[in-house]
Design a protein around this ligand. Structure first.
Ligand code: KIV
Ligand code: ZN
Length: 509
């Protein structure tokens, strides 16, 4: 059966999503999970865009074995040099060159003629060939390019040495039939297309990224670019879990395979959600928390009688454990370690021991310890990075006839800092006190609080979006049994992410 390569761009296009800020350590953690998942190519970043991006691509190139590591580059020498330098010690490497080929981009963005664009692309590929055997070329905004010009560009870049031709629907404008026809057109009109693999890269502006990608596979594309949970620029990219499961569940129709171990999907989804701060919608296909839940009595009855009546795939296929353990005070290290592994944490024995001590304390207070409790626990015990701000404590008073007042204590390194402030509400008072300590006042764009476990001792999760000015919009979340504390933890997380973002002012694609 034909193979479709999975090219994951969570760490590049996914990380371009407004509010997603990943540091090198987080990117490395995701890259490790992508290898477990079995993706073929990991686009690790855009090295020339910032020193932080260069460092991440370099680190992933050094550490990650078992997948091709790719760096993005415009068709200019300094970008190509940056990818070459960043991937110097990668086991398997690829460069991804792009230049726009649509009339609108060539005229208004690049201010270049089609002939100029063609020769810039050819020269860039020739230059890159000195350092790379594996060269991917993307005619940006391909779906709005003139087909005849597109065919010519593709033919010439293959002659120059491109081995993968990626067709981006950059602005999410395509619809499935038309996009499939574009792929067929390329196969029919580019004489040397058999020397390259056709890839597709679809954005989700009309909610069609996955449908367009699948239509392209049916038409002959053999690489799909996608991201975990579909994160990415604007409405995001094609969601990897949806593409992979559609190809698996409907193998009868698509007649292709991937190398993905689908049992690692949930773990990847949770890891990306936790590190980017993007909460997965409950109804999200494959990885949403309702994706395998049946509420209607008729459905429940059907599933109990014969699962396939209402389920087209088994929860275990994507890594959801049917017999998910609920941990409590009698649970041991082994059960805790196994559950944390399923939740996407890769802890050493020493780290597990540390978390186990805190777990026992929590289990004494709560009858049942849920996944969300565990995530919060690991984050507060394990990720005590001395470089970052940590919450030490809060004290809030709400007088009957005055404004709420908050005192907040934070730690940074070995030093503790405290400040007090009044506010419109207890959360506002805490945030203002934190602003006084850190000196990074932020404007709260979005604030959402929800109970994520059940019972009176339920854990509340605060999800926030904060604008720190200068295009620094950060998503973050925090959880606690106390909603004010959850909100404060979310704000402290946002400030820690801001540290990353500040050092990482991007040029953007
Ligand atoms: O959307 C796009 O066109 C891109 C290219 C760099 C492939 O992300
Ligand atoms: Zn893109």
């Amino acid at each position: 059966m034909d193979k479709v390569r999975i090219f994951d761009t969570t760490l590049r296009d996914g990380e371009q999503a407004p509010g997603a800020a990943l540091d090198s350590e987080g990117k490395l953690e995701i890259a490790r999970q992508l290898v477990r998942l079995g993706v073929d190519i990991i686009e690790a970043g855009f090295p020339v865009s910032s020193p932080e991006d260069f460092r991440s691509v370099n680190l992933i190139g050094k550490e990650i074995k078992g997948a091709t590591i790719c760096g993005l580059s415009r068709c200019v020498q300094k970008d190509i040099d940056a990818v070459k330098d960043a991937l110097l010690s990668a086991e398997r490497k690829r460069i991804h060159l792009f230049i726009a080929t649509s009339p609108i981009h060539m005229e208004f963005k690049l201010k270049k003629s089609p002939e100029d664009v063609l020769s810039i692309a050819i020269e860039a590929i020739k230059y890159a060939r000195q350092f790379f055997d594996d060269i991917q070329f993307s005619p940006e905004d391909a779906s709005r390019s003139e087909p005849e010009f597109l065919y010519r560009v593709i033919e010439e870049v293959i002659k120059a040495g491109a081995t993968t031709i990626n067709i981006p629907d950059t602005v999410g404008y395509a619809v499935p039939e038309q996009f499939a026809n574009l792929i067929k057109g390329i196969l029919d009109h580019v004489p040397n297309i058999n020397k390259a693999i056709i890839s597709v890269h679809c954005h989700n502006d009309l909610g069609l990224a996955v449908a367009n990608s699948l239509a392209a596979v049916k038409a002959g594309a053999r690489q799909v670019e996608c991201t975990i949970n579909g994160i990415g620029e604007r409405a995001g990219n094609a969601a990897m879990e949806e593409i992979v499961m559609a190809l698996k569940v409907r193998k009868d129709f698509y007649q292709v395979d991937t190398n993905v171990n689908t049992k690692e999907i949930i773990r990847a989804s949770r890891l990306v959600s936790r590190l980017t701060g993007f909460v997965v919608a409950p109804n999200k296909a494959i990885v949403g928390k309702n994706a395998f839940r049946h509420e209607s009595g008729i459905h429940q009855d059907g599933v109990l009688k014969y699962r396939q009546t209402y389920e087209i795939m088994a929860p275990e296929d994507v890594g959801l454990d049917k017999n998910e353990l609920v941990l409590g005070k009698h649970s041991g290290r082994h059960a805790l370690g196994e559950r944390l592994r399923q939740l996407g944490f890769d802890l050493s024995n020493e780290e597990l021991e540390q978390v186990f001590v805190e777990f026992k304390k929590l289990a004494d207070k709560k009858k049942e310890v849920f996944d969300e409790d565990l995530i919060a626990l690991v984050e507060s015990t394990m990720r005590m990075d001395v470089e970052k701000w940590q919450l030490v404590g809060i004290e809030v008073s709400i007088p009957m006839d005055g404004l709420p007042n908050a005192k907040v204590i934070l730690r940074h390194g070995k030093k503790e800092f405290s400040a007090e402030s009044e506010g419109d509400g207890p959360v506002d008072a805490c945030y203002k006190a934190i602003d006084k300590i850190t000196g990074y006042p932020g404007v709260l764009l979005n604030y959402n609080i929800q109970a994520i476990t059940s019972g009176k001792d339920a854990l509340g999760e605060a999800s926030i979006t904060v604008d720190f000015g200068q295009e620094r919009v950060i998503n973050a979340h925090g959880s606690s049994t106390d909603v004010v504390e959850a909100s404060v933890k979310a704000y402290v997380n946002a400030i820690n992410k801001l540290g990353v973002k500040t050092a990482e002012k991007k040029k953007g694609v």
